[in-house]
Design a protein around this ligand. Structure first.
Ligand code: NAP
Length: 294
């Protein structure tokens, strides 16, 4: 039997409905959760992400503000902007869209955001809280979205052998930190693989849960997957395709058709993890607003 698809669009919708209900409760108390996104420069992909974040905020009844700055903005100017947002009580979440122009150091910028407004979850304070298992920090939205998606799909990760392909600070490492915690939705035995992993298929073949986040189309093929495994594809890759209007199409890291014949549950690309990321960003912002006022 082919794998059942996990519908990221539907799950993200239900998270966003929950968020909208929480926003309505907060608004009754006179608080409108506010997210400010800062976009520096004119990277077209970033502009698309930022627009969809603003739209999602509006839909949830939140205040979504976008500050667009020219690519020539100095680091000093950007830090001064962040200081103002840090001090603004109407702003509960701050997100600086990456990548930044080369003359601006992203680590310095992330460290300037107040940890209790860092709804992206990249400030070292939040990274530390995630690892320790403290619940009042913010987890990065993509791995948090994967975890939420698994919980809402009825996947019990307790005791599962989980193999993550990729060790980036935005996906692989925080994914491992989330799944290894002693709590519901976690309690997995986690292996993190990367380019120096000696025998990737040997790891993935014994996994009950595989999370592919390598940014390499076809990094996971059917022969690397145990029958009945759960497969989550975080990858978003552009591949050339002359048959489409744009000349390219978006694929994940997983050979979807091949792996579907072996896995029990699988996330598609697009329509899998992608929509969860924005849903979790909204959820983090609403939590930030609730924490300030409670
Ligand atoms: N759905 C979403 O909302 C969302 C959000 C974020 C990212 N993404 C996508 O997820 C993918 C990963 O993103 P990222 O930012 O984590 O990428 P990244 O920073 O480039 O990290 C990729 C990781 O994969 C590892 N890797 C690459 N090729 C490998 C291979 N053949 N075997 C084993 N490991 C390999 C790398 O190992 P080394 O460390 O050894 O180099 C690295 O740790 C990208 O396609 C990205 O577009 C999606």
């Amino acid at each position: 039997m082919p794998a059942e698809r996990i519908d990221g669009v539907a799950i993200a919708r239900s998270v966003r409905d929950d968020v909208a209900r929480e926003v309505a409760r907060l608004r009754q108390r006179g608080i409108t959760p506010g997210l400010t996104v800062v976009l520096v420069g004119d990277d077209p992909a970033s502009a698309v992400y930022v627009r969809s974040k603003g739209k999602a905020c509006e839909e949830a009844g939140m205040a979504g503000d976008t500050i667009r700055l020219p690519a020539t903005t100095t680091q000093e100017d950007l830090l001064a902007r962040i200081d103002r947002l840090n001090a603004d009580p109407a702003v509960h979440g701050i997100l600086v869209q990456m990548p930044l122009p080369k003359h601006i150091d992203p680590d310095t910028v992330v460290r300037r955001i107040r940890p209790d407004k860092d709804v992206d979850g990249f400030h070292p304070v939040n990274v530390g809280k995630l690892l320790i298992g403290e619940k009042d920090g913010f987890a990065p939205c993509t791995p948090a979205g994967v975890q939420e998606m698994l919980v809402r799909s009825g996947v019990d990760t307790r005791g599962m052998e989980c193999v993550i392909i990729g060790r980036s600070n935005i996906v692989g490492k925080p994914m491992a930190a989330l799944l290894v915690q002693d709590r519901v939705g976690a309690n997995a035995t986690v292996t993190v693989c990367h380019r120096h992993t000696r025998d990737l298929p040997a790891h993935t073949r014994r996994a009950d849960l595989i999370i592919a986040a390598a940014g390499r189309p076809g990094v996971l093929t059917a022969d690397m997957v145990k029958k009945g495994a759960v497969v989550v594809d975080v990858g978003i890759n552009r591949v050339n395709d002359a048959s489409t209007k744009t000349g390219y199409r978006i694929v994940g890291d997983v050979d979807f058709d091949g792996v579907s014949a072996v896995a029990s549950l699988i996330t598609p690309v697009p329509g899998g993890v992608g929509p969860m990321t924005i849903a979790m960003l909204l959820r983090n912002t609403v939590r930030a607003a609730g924490q300030v006022t409670s």
